[in-house]
Design a protein around this ligand. Structure first.
Ligand code: SF4
Length: 296
């Protein structure tokens, strides 16, 4: 059987940047990370062995006189205020794309406040990036999780629509259309009242069509990701929609020899939070498993 690793899979730019910043900082001693640095347990364990300690927000509030890394998802202004009052040195690893989005949502919210403009964020409630975005606008945003769960909007007032960077571009377009349709029904002009901001990261939107092609070129797909990665779940579904023989694995122990039965080619790919070393490790484990067993 031919087993191929997707050459474009592995960390996105923002996560790679955060991991490199962590590795450099750890040379000088222990560093705390506010939340796991990446939604991948294997990578978190690797960095923990180097001295990176994951903490939650209540542990963060109790810390003083130490170094805390802000991961790629970013944080709300409150976090920086707490750090300042507790003499915590912030190691800034927020993805520059997320930083730009934080500035944009804040500027738009301030600019359009006089019109009573509503801010909708298409994203996962409680996700760190969404919390960071809400913090920029005094928590006055409305979170929407799916295109078919529309919020109660005031159709007499305009709306600015933003998306968490890792959402599906297709679902975001569906949501924008659904909101525009509601404005139209209410007699308002959606072209004037609904402003859709393009905030889905290219590292995600470019990966979607690429993975569709990759999934279609193989008999079986092994998708490697942490269970807690929303980007991983989304890209896994993208692969599965093209190739029903797509399987989600978090580690080599999840591989099943039966998946490869009567298949000629296998493709191995992953999320933007999946380290390349783990994808290669899964490939080696799959090849070893296939060489040991003759498929029943
Ligand atoms: S997905 Fe995009 S925005 Fe999010 S961390 Fe990666 S590069 Fe940054």
């Amino acid at each position: 059987m031919k087993v191929e690793v997707d050459s474009l899979s592995g960390f996105c730019f923002g996560v790679r940047n955060a991991v490199e910043i962590a590795e450099r900082s750890l040379v000088e001693g222990r560093v705390y990370s506010l939340g796991p640095i990446v939604h991948n347990d294997m990578e978190v364990k690797r960095l923990a062995a180097m001295g990176l300690v994951s903490i939650d927000h209540s542990e963060f509030s109790a810390l003083k006189n130490c170094k805390v890394l802000i991961r790629a998802h970013g944080e709300p202004p409150d976090t920086y205020a707490t750090a300042k009052s507790n003499n915590i040195e912030i190691i800034e690893a927020t993805c520059p794309i997320v930083k730009k989005l934080q500035r944009k949502i804040k500027q738009t919210w301030e600019r359009d406040a006089a019109d009573g403009s509503q801010t909708v964020i298409f994203g996962k409630p409680g996700h760190a990036e969404v919390t960071g975005l809400l913090g920029q606008i005094n928590k006055e945003g409305i979170i929407v999780t799916a295109p078919d769960s529309l919020p109660a909007l005031d159709f007499n007032k305009p709306v600015n629509l933003f998306a968490q960077t890792t959402m599906s571009i297709r679902d975001y377009a569906l949501l924008a259309e659904a909101i525009k349709a509601k404005y139209r029904e209410s007699g308002a002009n959606p072209d004037v009242m609904v402003k859709t901001h393009k905030t889905i990261c290219r590292q995600i939107s470019d990966r979607e069509p690429h993975l569709k092609e990759f999934a279609g070129n193989h008999d079986v797909i092994i998708f490697v990701s942490g269970n807690e990665s929303s980007n991983g779940r989304m890209l896994y579904q993208v692969c599965k929609s093209i190739n029903p023989a797509t399987y989600f694995v978090a580690g080599e122990g999840d591989l099943d020899i039966l998946w490869f039965k009567d298949r000629k080619t296998a493709g191995i790919c992953g999320a933007t939070s999946t380290p390349k070393w783990l994808i290669e490790k899964i490939k080696d484990a799959a090849v070893k498993m296939l060489s040991k067993h003759s498929c029943p």
